[in-house]
Ligand binder design. Structure first.
Ligand code: IMP
Length: 427
């Protein structure tokens, strides 16, 4: 059995794209199982630099099937734009892209509804990526979604769209927004669908066939465990399941097949959007990490909040995902720091010196927690050119070992730069 899931163990942006790209040669299938175009992966390889939101990261390995499972919501314009970009760079992907007709569609009214909610919440807004995720998943679970299946039948699509606009347009009008025009939305969606229709085909059969003969599958998680709708910092989270377990429902792969779970973590912590982040640094060290790590969102361009590595969080997210290996990314970003800190638990006001776990707390409790740190001397040497573990500065090696000791999962990969080859495999 050879199914590897690659998942984020923090708040997303852990550089999963690079790890998936690195592991993709030899994979017969690379599949997405959650999220939508709120995800943003940067892939740097010999064909160039790609910023993709929906296309699975196997696209640069010829012969690898790129599968989008039913757990993913699809924005047709985004997907078509990516496929065009990839084709233009000389990579043929259309024949290899399989998008499940069970995928729900992000419709023009979803980002509109999201912005009504975000504005109404004011200062307590989630700070979403504005891709309509909350409303599209809400429609999905409340039986109001429109799926790619529906687009294959004009009458079915027209009926469903008419019904949705009959409910949503009065809401827009109540909030002073113009209603959406049925004909316009209908025609535009039909036009988009025609451009990608050939890739809409249920991948279940080919996935099962590959599993049955022990072929290699790589499952590409989007976002991170702390944005998971059940286990993340709700309501400062995303709408889908971001955990390895989500791959079962989101792709139709029974849990027993998933034997390796690579948990991707940055050597520090980042977060975009609102919500608690106990180790956030609002000082010059935070700024230095942000600058060295180029911490700006792929989808929104927003500056990411930066802070120390939080081993309390990652121990939890490694457990909830069943991580078998860690990929520790962007270690080189810490190269110049004099000292580095790692959080090992939280203190809460009025509860003495009892250390609290993340999983005991709600998001608003986490806001009031004080992180407890251990401090480790920085290595203050460049690690960017290093290609084997023994070649890392000794203090950097000690940092990596401390991370794996505190998290309880071995570090298998250390990444020291964006290129595929800037990776150390730890044996
Ligand atoms: P949404 O997924 O756009 O609804 O956003 C909900 C929260 O998840 C916000 O805090 C976003 O910044 C965050 N988020 C969603 N997708 C990503 C991602 O791919 N990386 C990092 N944060 C994300």
């Amino acid at each position: 059995m050879s199914v590897t899931a690659v998942v984020g163990l923090q708040w997303g942006d852990e550089a999963k794209g690079k790890i998936v790209d690195m592991l993709s040669p030899g994979a017969e299938i690379v599949a997405r199982f959650n999220g939508g175009d709120n995800a943003g992966h940067t892939v740097v390889n010999s064909y160039g630099t790609f910023k993709v939101r929906l296309t699975p990261n196997g696209f640069s390995s010829p012969g690898t099937l790129c599968v989008i499972g039913p757990g993913v919501v699809v924005n047709l314009a985004t997907l078509i734009g990516e496929v065009e970009q990839i084709q233009q760079s000389g990579i043929a992907v259309r024949d290899r892209l399989w998008v499940s007709p069970r995928c729900h569609l992000v419709m023009p009214y979803h980002p509109m509804l999201e912005s009504i909610y975000e504005q109404a919440k004011g200062l307590s807004r989630t700070g979403t990526t504005k891709r309509g995720m909350g409303p599209v998943f809400a429609d999905k679970v409340s039986y109001n979604g429109i799926r790619l299946f529906d687009l294959a039948d004009d009458a079915i699509f027209a009926d469903k769209l008419r019904l949705q606009l009959s409910v949503k347009n009065p809401i827009f009008q109540a909030f002073g927004l113009p209603p959406l025009d049925f004909d316009q939305v209908y025609q535009e969606t039909r036009k988009l669908y025609a451009q990608i229709q050939e890739c809409v085909r249920e991948p279940f059969g080919v996935v099962q066939e590959t599993l049955g003969r022990d072929g290699r599958l790589l499952l590409e998680g989007a976002q991170g465990a702390l944005l998971d709708n059940n286990w993340g910092t709700y309501p400062y989270c995303t709408a889908s399941i971001t955990l390895a377990g989500g791959a079962s429902a989101g792709l139709g792969i029974a849990p027993r097949w998933i034997t390796q779970v690579v948990g991707v973590v940055k050597a520090y912590t980042t977060r975009v959007g609102a919500g608690p982040m106990p180790t956030e640094l609002t000082d010059s060290t935070g700024e230095a990490i942000q600058k060295a790590g180029q911490e700006y969102g792929t989808v929104t361009g927003r500056a990411r909040r930066c802070g120390w590595f939080d081993a309390e969080l990652v121990r939890f997210t490694a457990q909830v995902n069943g991580a078998t290996d860690l990929a520790l990314t962007k270690l080189d970003v810490l190269d110049s720091l004099e000292n580095v800190k790692i959080c090992v638990g939280y203190l809460r006001p009025d509860t003495g010196d009892r250390l609290w776990h993340y999983w005991e707390l709600d998001a608003h409790h986490l806001e009031e927690c004080q992180p407890v740190y251990i401090e480790i001397p920085g290595w203050q040497q460049h690690s960017h050119e290093v290609r084997n573990f023994a070649g890392l500065p000794v203090k950097a090696q000690a940092y990596v070992r401390k991370v794996e000791e505190l998290v309880g999962v071995p570090v298998r990969y250390v990444s020291v730069g964006p290129q595929r080859e800037a990776t150390i495999e730890v044996r």
